[in-house]
Design a protein around this ligand. Structure first.
Ligand SMILES: *Cc1c(COP(=O)(O)O)cnc(C)c1O
Length: 360
């Protein structure tokens, strides 16, 4: 379907290389590595001009379609390094297949997954000294695609840029693996069925900031989103999927069309199942969650996503009342999923699902 994409490599001069940040203070998305991958799509040529090159600014026409109509999609994935210098990706084909789904929904060009993974392996290997080894830290990779054609008028573009930038990120839980406080939004919603909530379209995130700021001001770290129609069914938490461990089953909202199909969500379902935990996808109402928190039938709640992997929830604030989950403690299942997923990602645990891919 695609001709082989040739990737040119243009390395930084030694004296242009950046000083590497202190691995103890990486934060999230603060430092970017020396090189990036980029390629261009035009209607006449398709994908071309693929290269690994020094990290650099784009020069773009201020009329580029992305700036007005937000035709932009992205992904979030990680590379890991163990003490022996072995580098791993975690289910990278899933991210790029999802990005192609996002591209299709946004009328942007699809790209060959295997060839982009090959280019990404070369990029990460070149940047291997940037990959932190400390447990819990990783090299976060941000593939992005934007409409670059200068034009007004809402329309597909004749010119797109695809690029991947890399940023070393620290352990998400510096102060320990602690439960978070969540604000349930019964007014603002994230995505409606038929919209673009099920793809990683940049505009979704711009639209969520307003509610996130309200929650932060009230002392909550994330927003729990309910469905757009009835404001009754649980959808997601922040930019993560959500799970509830009731006495008899582990539940996550089914992919209804407005929920992002998370790769950590899918991995959690499969891993929990392998523990012998009954894991089901079905609608979950906020009333069921609140009732469970009050009766104790809700044993654990946690969010899943690439950035934090598993993020336990200790408190839910809904319609002016606070509900504590599991006495605000990390539950046994959350802990086990967090540990085992990370061990698999670092190549330190048997990988029965064939999730990790060696980079070098
Ligand atoms: C990226 C994302 C997730 C998590 O997906 P992962 O593949 O697990 O990282 C969940 N919800 C939203 C809205 C997201 O953008």
């Amino acid at each position: 379907m695609w001709d082989k994409i040739e990737v040119a490599v243009e390395k930084c001069a030694k004296n242009e290389m950046k000083q590497k940040p202190d691995p103890a203070h990486l934060g999230f998305g603060k430092y970017f590595t020396d090189h990036m991958f980029r390629m261009t799509w035009s209607r006449e040529e398709g994908w071309h001009d693929a290269k690994i090159c020094p990290y650099q600014n784009f020069s773009m026409d201020p009329a580029a379609l992305v700036f007005h109509y937000a035709q932009a999609i992205f992904e979030g994935m990680k590379a890991f390094k163990n003490e022996d210098g072995q580098l791993y990706f975690f289910r990278p084909e899933k991210n790029f297949e999802r990005m192609n789904d996002s591209a299709q929904r946004m009328c942007m060009p699809r790209f060959p997954v295997d060839q982009v993974i090959r280019a990404l392996k070369a990029l990460v290997y070149l940047e291997r000294d940037w990959v932190p080894t400390e447990y819990g830290s990783a090299l976060y990779m941000r593939p992005t695609m934007i409409a670059a054609q200068p034009a007004l008028g809402v329309q597909p573009a004749d010119l797109y840029y695809f690029y991947v930038i890399l940023t070393p990120v620290g352990a998400y839980y510096k102060e320990g693996f602690n439960p978070t406080k969540i604000y349930v939004s019964d007014e603002y919603t994230r995505a409606a069925k038929g919209g673009v909530g099920n793809v990683k379209a940049a505009g979704n995130y711009a639209a969520s900031i307003y509610m996130s700021e309200i929650a932060k001001k009230e002392g909550y770290s994330q927003v729990l989103w309910l469905d757009a129609k009835e404001h009754r069914y649980v959808e997601e938490v922040g930019t993560s999927n959500i799970f509830f461990k009731f006495k008899n089953e582990l539940v996550t909202p089914e992919l209804s069309g407005s929920i992002l199909p998370g790769i950590t969500r899918d991995s959690t379902l499969k891993l929990a199942d392998s523990f012998g935990v009954k894991a089901v996808e079905r609608p979950v109402s906020i009333d069921e969650v609140i009732a469970g928190a009050e009766s104790g039938d809700l044993e654990e709640a946690f969010a899943t996503g690439t950035a934090a992997v598993i993020s336990p929830i200790g408190e839910l604030f809904f319609k002016g009342k606070s509900y504590i989950v599991n006495e605000n403690k990390v539950g046994a299942l959350s802990e086990r999923l967090y540990t085992e997923l990370q061990e698999i990602q670092h190549g330190e645990r048997e990988d029965p699902f064939k999730w990790v891919m060696k980079v070098n």
